[in-house]
Each structure stands twice: as structure tokens, then as C-alpha cells.
Design a protein around this ligand. Structure first.
Ligand SMILES: [Zn+2]
Length: 80
């Protein structure tokens, strides 16, 4: 599925309805943007540990997402 779009002045694009439906995303859905091999990849956002990149049991603390292993390491570093 390829669609031609021009970026707005703020470099934004509107994702066509059929592509949004195909990806199961809608207005307000958080997405991750990845640049790879000259392409822009848009995927549904997945909470990822800021420190190790894990997506397992990640929780948000303030503005940071952290996995239990890194949370335990942080606790030990800060509180021990
Ligand atoms: Zn982690």
C-alpha cells in the first residue's frame, strides 16, 4: 500500500483513512517513528524501557518508562 503525500509546513502528514484502518490506528493513537534505510516507518507505540530497550512489563514513572530489572538496578544505585 503506497500513497503519495506532501509534508505540511511543519513537516506533518495525514495518514489516509484506509492505511490508518489497516494499521488499527486513529486520531490520538501514539505512534513510534523510525527512520531506517531511507524509509520512515510508523508503528503503534510500544512502551519501551529507556535504559535497556525491553518492552516486558514496562511501567511509566514520571516521564520515563522503565522495566522491573532496570527499576531494581536504579533502586539499588540510589537507595543502597
Ligand atoms: Zn530496562
Amino acid at each position: 500500500m503506497v500513497k503519495f503525500k506532501k509534508l505540511s509546513k511543519a513537516r506533518g502528514i495525514t495518514i489516509p483513512k484506509d492505511i490508518a484502518a489497516h494499521l488499527d490506528i486513529d486520531a490520538g493513537t501514539a505512534v513510534d517513528l523510525t527512520a531506517a534505510d531511507g524509509k520512515l516507518i510508523v508503528t503503534k507505540h510500544v512502551d519501551t524501557c529507556r535504559f535497556c530497550g525491553s518492552v516486558e512489563n514496562v511501567k511509566q514513572f514520571s516521564d520515563v518508562f522503565v522495566c522491573p530489572i532496570c527499576a531494581a538496578r536504579l533502586y539499588k544505585e540510589v537507595c543502597d
